[in-house]
Design a protein around this ligand. Structure first.
Ligand code: 5GP
Length: 207
């Protein structure tokens, strides 16, 4: 069976990554990795679904047992991708999405060079500020810190394979589904060696 593919989605806080990822799991068979964090839950967030909410002690313990594919400190809290669940999905042929920040994405690039990196951009910075205010969960200081960080993060789009602008939710979702489909049609070494095994690789070379 062919292994699943790993898709990494990043973008500034407020760009709408979370909403896009929720739609992706509804509209396709991709699995969304559930991160572990030391950040306290926001209203409406569900343990084991939004995040695994843990103490700093528990998080550090997990780092010690090499349980993370990547981890980072963001806005004073730790966030990490539990390794085992991701590998299990991939082994079973399921595509996996990681919704993580740019620091984490660069760690994944080193450990999983075949991963595909997608950056979600907000339509513009005013819209980003508006979306962050709309969430109503951040204080003015936290918001300006997140907005400043957003500008720094947007500059990292150059490190990604694809970018999408989250202007309309369904368009953004469909763009990512198209990227996923396209990546499954990529000519890879596996495909080339399979074709070679059928003796077809050099079929036209004598003409
Ligand atoms: P929030 O606190 O708003 O849920 O997330 C803050 C930032 O942490 C977002 O940019 C989100 O993508 C990122 N994030 C969430 N989970 C992880 C993770 O497991 N690893 C890393 N590196 N970043 C994460």
């Amino acid at each position: 069976m062919e292994k699943g593919k790993l898709f990494v989605i990043s973008g500034p806080s407020g760009a709408g990554k979370g909403t896009i990822c929720n739609e992706l799991i509804k509209q396709s068979n991709v699995a969304l990795s559930v991160s572990m964090t030391t950040r306290p839950p926001r209203r409406g967030e569900i343990e084991g679904q939004s995040y695994y909410f843990v103490t700093e002690e528990r998080f550090v313990e997990e780092i010690g047992r090499d349980g993370f594919l990547e981890h980072a400190s963001i806005f004073g809290n730790y966030y990490g991708t539990p390794k085992q669940a991701v590998y299990e999905y991939l082994e079973k042929g399921r595509d996996v999405i990681l919704e993580i920040d740019v620091q984490g994405a660069m760690q994944v690039r080193r450990s999983c060079p075949d991963a595909i990196f997608i950056f979600v951009l907000p339509p513009d910075l005013d819209e980003l500020a508006f979306r962050m205010t709309g969430r109503g969960t951040e204080s003015p200081e936290q918001m300006s810190r997140r907005l400043e960080q957003a500008c720094v993060e947007i500059a990292r789009v150059v490190d990604y394979n694809y970018f999408i602008v989250n202007d309309k939710l369904q368009d953004a979702v469909e763009s990512i589904l198209a990227i996923i489909r396209a990546e499954h049609s990529r000519v890879t070494d596996t495909i080339v060696s399979r074709i070679a095994a059928y003796g077809m690789a050099s079929g036209c070379s004598e003409n």
